[in-house]
Design a protein around this ligand. Structure first.
Ligand code: NAP
Length: 294
């Protein structure tokens, strides 16, 4: 496809993911112009100072009508209100996408606001860090990572091809998926691990003061890795759990059963069972390294 892929791209929310994509689009010259809508004056100033976008507005009416591609990059819980705010200003033929970590809720909350003649293609980059805000964006965040798109039946092929080309150009491997399947896969690969990290770090925090200090002092890589994950944005993760309720509850149930099994093996001194389990999980790590997703 010839470059640029879009004339104007508009970001609704220019935090970690929005500003990373804006930077990547600039580096790869995928659009002529980048604009954003952002309510926080401080974030507007930072994004402009860093040159993440060309223009930034508080009012969607001033930014959205120019855009051929609108990227909603706010927490999932804000998406319904965002949809209502941008809908009257969307240009005919434009594409609306998002980067939310759950997809069924986005289809449910944003879908109904999208007017006829505007293409709606939900998406989720499997990339990110625990940092937030426009200064934390990284131009190469998406390089070698998966980008899941969950187009709905009847999606315009040309709009899908252009969006696929954009994510491919920033280095992502694009995969198409049903929204429901996406939510089930992410419940186990991302949402449950975050919940476990929040729990472990929370448990350590609840221990009496002396022990707490020692937890920090002697934190080995295991606990340290959990604290990094548990430092992820509280609003974003609140919204993920509230909006992927069924799939997350299902994997918590399975996880609890497996944990109980390990607990029994420890109680009854079943070393062989423990070793067997740990050998299987080691193989999973090797597979992730082989797939270059480590
Ligand atoms: P972030 O850095 O906190 O940025 C969020 C942006 O949304 C900010 O510009 C924020 O503006 C804006 N926002 C917050 N509440 C809003 C509201 N009620 N109405 C309008 N705008 C609002 O978060 P992020 O990490 O980029 O996450 C954005 C989306 O990406 C989320 O849906 C998340 O699920 C998804 N995602 C995140 C990651 C990750 O690792 N971080 C990975 C993949 C997908 P203010 O400055 O005014 O608050």
């Amino acid at each position: 496809m010839s470059l640029p892929l879009y004339d104007t791209v508009c970001f609704i929310g220019i935090g970690h993911i929005g500003s990373s994509l804006a930077r990547a689009i600039r580096v790869h010259k995928l659009a002529n112009r980048l604009v954003a809508v952002e309510s926080s004056p401080a974030a507007r100033e930072t994004a402009l100072e860093l040159g993440v976008v060309d223009e930034i507005f508080a009012d969607p009416a001033l930014a959205v009508p120019q855009a051929d591609l609108v990227v909603v990059s706010t927490p999932v819980g804000a998406i319904e209100a965002v949809g209502r705010a941008i809908a009257p200003h969307l240009k005919k033929g434009a594409t609306v996408t998002d980067v939310g970590s759950v997809k069924m809720a986005v289809v449910r909350d944003l879908g109904p606001s999208i007017p006829d003649g505007v293409h709606f293609i939900p998406g989720h980059p499997i990339a990110g860090t625990e940092h937030s805000g426009p200064a934390s964006g990284l131009a190469d965040l998406f390089k070698g990572r998966w980008q899941i798109l969950t187009p709905l039946p009847g999606t315009d092929q040309q709009a899908l091809d252009s969006l696929t080309a954009l994510w491919s150009a920033v280095g992502s491997n694009v995969e198409l998926m049903e929204p429901q399947h996406h939510d089930r896969v992410l419940a186990i690969t991302s949402h449950l691990p975050h919940l476990i990290a929040y729990t472990i770090v929370g448990t350590a925090t609840d221990l009496e003061t002396t022990l707490q200090q020692e937890v920090i002092k002697f934190s080995a890589s295991g606990f340290r890795d959990f604290t990094r994950i548990a430092a992820s944005d509280p609003v974003m993760w609140r919204d993920i759990f509230l909006n992927n309720r069924e799939a997350v509850l299902e994997v918590i149930q399975r996880f609890t059963e497996d944990l109980t099994q390990l607990q029994r093996a420890i109680r009854w001194g079943e070393g062989e069972a423990l070793e067997q389990k740990f050998a299987t999980t080691r193989a999973v790590r090797r597979a992730i390294i082989d797939a270059k997703q480590a």
